[in-house]
Write a protein that binds this ligand. Structure first.
Ligand code: AHR
Length: 504
């Protein structure tokens, strides 16, 4: 059996793991909002005020800290006024991106209510592409100003006298593409114009988030930062708090059918997130030496080929154990860069791309990716600490794509808080377990809980007929972890994600 060694150094703190790293994204796309969240008050599906309760209950269990809305591409063609006021009077618009008629039954009030129901902060993405600075500044005033202006009084008249205090505002989405087709310089100019009218509305804890690159496009970042900070002086006062990249690790095979080579190929692409984080943060440091700007990845995940029998523009896909590993590898990367990554939003929460939850009418299931979020919730808000993982390397080949490479068999991340170490580990090998020796450096602890998400078949997934084919197994081993070079040995199954709770 392959062997590996893991040493956690509880005193070597990287930074606090911002809970927002475990964020979600919900767009007016396919079945994400309509059916996934909003069913309407008259629906036979149990709901509160139109929001379906089974999905709310499922999401509450994994503690989503923040949800980004309304898009995505949809955001830069969305006019917020369409979604406020009496629901029967709201206009029906063409959703140009995702082949639907938008009924606007789910708007700002409904979104904020949904966020409150699941315990998440709302993150609203404004419209730069087809909107105006005035439209976005009015939206912020409508949502956040306490009262006494026509817009804030309108919010009160629409049912919410208290301000929503929406903390996160994105200034456009993918403005290099569906958000207006800007060059970096053009977007920088547009960003400065929008920010001129948004910054006076910024109260304590309100963050403006600028659109970052497609994947790891370093040229976009350099050119955008150069222009957006022009004339702002020596230690540049970068005019936003968050800078958001998007990275989809793409596909290899289909959502549920793939060879071993394709299994590794996709995991290998997921691991490229680390290169993105390293290179983007290095460029940001050049413009923001005091590190005030947080790096965000507000869309990420696996994007598989369209499933047969589904609308190609609804981006519905199944979710397997392979997706669970994509999620775990990515979350471990964010944890390891907790000193820079302040938010990440998996695309998307329900029924779209790498979803947590799938619905079919009144039926609902949770996916393997969902279970990773549940297991990793223990990291939220803790101190990320250094973990050294040494083990074998897997050489892989995907002849269909003429691709090959190598990835480490075992990877992970660790955090400390509430008197315990949380250690997450991913065994990427498709069919070999690994025996890992775990030690704490300069500390002693007891292994108290162990959750494992494993499957006999790397294609395993949950269906409406068998909704619990892939669920985590939790046990309480109660084994001492000895400090120094000695430790305990745990066997990690192939193709698995494990989270260990070690009491200090
Ligand atoms: O998540 C689906 C789409 O992917 C989003 O609308 C867009 O921002 C990205 O290209």
């Amino acid at each position: 059996m392959a062997a590996a060694r893991v040493i956690v150094i509880p005193d070597e703190v990287i930074g606090t793991i911002n809970p927002n790293i475990y964020g979600h994204f919900a767009e007016h796309l396919g079945g994400c909002i309509y059916e996934g969240i909003w069913v309407g008050e008259d629906s036979p599906i149990p709901n509160r005020g139109g929001i379906r309760l089974d999905v709310v209950e499922a999401l509450c269990r994994i503690r989503p800290p923040v949800i980004r809305w309304p898009g995505g591409c949809f955001a830069d063609d969305y006019h917020w006024r369409d979604g406020v006021g009496p629901q029967e009077q709201r206009p029906r618009r063409l959703n140009i991106w995702w082949d639907d008629v938008e009924t606007n039954q789910f708007g700002t009030h409904e979104f904020v209510r949904f966020c409150r129901m699941v315990g998440a902060e709302p993150y609203i993405c404004g419209n730069v592409g087809s909107g105006s600075p005035r439209e976005m500044r009015d939206w912020v005033e409508y949502a956040n100003y306490p009262g006494g202006t026509t817009l804030s009084d309108e919010r009160a008249a629409n049912g919410n006298p208290e301000p929503f205090n929406v903390r996160y505002w994105g200034v456009g989405n993918e403005n290099w593409g569906c958000g207006g087709g800007f060059t970096p310089e053009e977007y920088a100019a547009a960003y400065r114009r929008f920010a001129t009218y948004l910054r006076p509305l910024q109260r304590e804890a309100m963050s403006l988030i600028a659109c970052g690159p497609a994947g790891n496009d370093t040229a976009w970042t350099r050119r955008f930062l150069e222009r957006v900070t022009e004339g702002l002086g020596g230690r540049r006062n970068v005019p936003f708090q968050g800078y958001a990249a998007h990275y989809y690790c793409g596909t290899a095979g289909t959502a549920t059918e793939y060879t071993d080579g394709q299994w590794y190929h996709l995991l290998s692409r997921a691991r490229e997130m680390e290169t993105l984080v390293l290179q983007q943060r290095a460029i940001l440091d050049g413009f923001d030496p005091d590190r005030k700007v947080g790096l965000i990845v507000d869309e990420w995940g696996a994007w598989h080929p369209v499933e047969e029998g589904t609308n190609p523009r609804h981006l519905y896909q199944q979710n397997t154990q392979r997706d669970a590993l994509v999620a775990a590898l990515s979350l471990d990367i964010f944890n390891r860069h907790a000193d820079k990554v302040v938010m990440a939003n998996i695309a998307q929460s329900i029924n779209v791309l790498q979803a947590m939850v799938l619905t079919d009418g009144a039926r609902m299931l949770t996916t393997p990716t969902y279970h990773v979020y549940g297991m990793y919730a223990a990291h939220q808000g803790k101190q990320a600490v250094r973990a050294i993982v040494n083990g074998d390397t897997i050489d892989w080949a995907d002849p269909e794509a003429d691709a090959n490479g190598s990835i480490p068999q075992l990877t992970g991340s660790a955090s400390v808080g509430d008197g315990a170490v949380t250690l997450s580990l991913v065994n990427s090998h498709a069919d070999e377990p690994v025996e890992a020796t775990l030690a704490l450096y300069g500390a002693e602890g007891t292994l108290e809980t162990r959750s494992t998400l494993a499957a006999d078949d790397i294609h395993a997934h949950n269906t409406f007929e068998v909704p619990e084919a892939v669920t985590p197994k939790v046990d309480h081993p109660d084994m001492a972890v000895v400090g120094g070079r000695d430790g305990i040995t745990v066997t990690l199954p192939p193709a698995s994600v494990t989270v260990l709770g070690i009491a200090l």
